[in-house]
Design a protein around this ligand. Sequence first.
Ligand code: PMP
Length: 284
Amino acid sequence: MSRIVYLNGAWLEETEAKVSVFDRGFLFADAIYEVTAVIGGKLIEYAGHAARLKRSLSALGIPQPVSDEALLALHREIVARNGLAEGLIYLQVSRGAEDRDFVFSGDLAPTLVMFTQAKAVLGNPKWQTGISVITWPEGRWVNRQVKTVQLLYSSLAKMEAKKAGADDVFLVEDGLVTEASSANAHIVTKEGVLVTRPLSNALLHGITRGSVLDLAARAGVPVEERAFSVQEAQDAAEAFITSASAFVMPVVSIDGRPVGEGRPGQVSRRLLDIYIEDRLASAI
Ligand code: PMP
């Protein structure tokens, strides 16, 4: 089924939507993005994604292409135009197009692209089995809190995981886990403490991460924000990753070593259930 995508003010068949070869998103990865889940035709965590979009734009000095109200209206309209019941909305803003030059003009009109991906978000079969990860050296740029489209390193790392028969990577810097290729990483210690790396430029400030930490604290799960090592993760009772598309995904092995009992743990399961319940209730 052909999708209707949004490009700079126009609704177009996906095959008709074209971006200039001079777009700085294409030439310099000079662009930022957001991915928002849709369930029952409603937006999950919209406010968080819209707020982070603003932070990413302002970090790169790209003007927000449309007003806050228009942005929400576009999200609603793309859901309606595509009859999207469940899936993802991908949004990208690049600095715009001009002749190739490292030095860019201050007054470029940003390129705004949005498209949908219909897929099952609820009932992910991997929630039952958990996923396996391999460790991989952190090699991304230093401003990982900005959600840029510079995803080549993460993509290649994930391909290495696939080659090794695993699902994802834990990226490791100075012996400490930063995050997964496209999700935040967390562990639950044998004492039942949820340990997660504190926010800094070392990792993306995941919207799901923030909500899960709040919900965990409310559910009486102690939360400690500190970096953890690979060894600590392998010795933990549970490990899991969070993202807008996978929610709370158990990690059951790291570099071939089982985490805890080698199957999804109770805390991860409970957090997934609470997260789904809470976020469905607050979907807009
Ligand atoms: N870290 C990275 C590197 C990511 O790409 C993502 C998701 N795009 C996340 C964390 C999770 O963020 P969120 O919960 O906002 O999807």
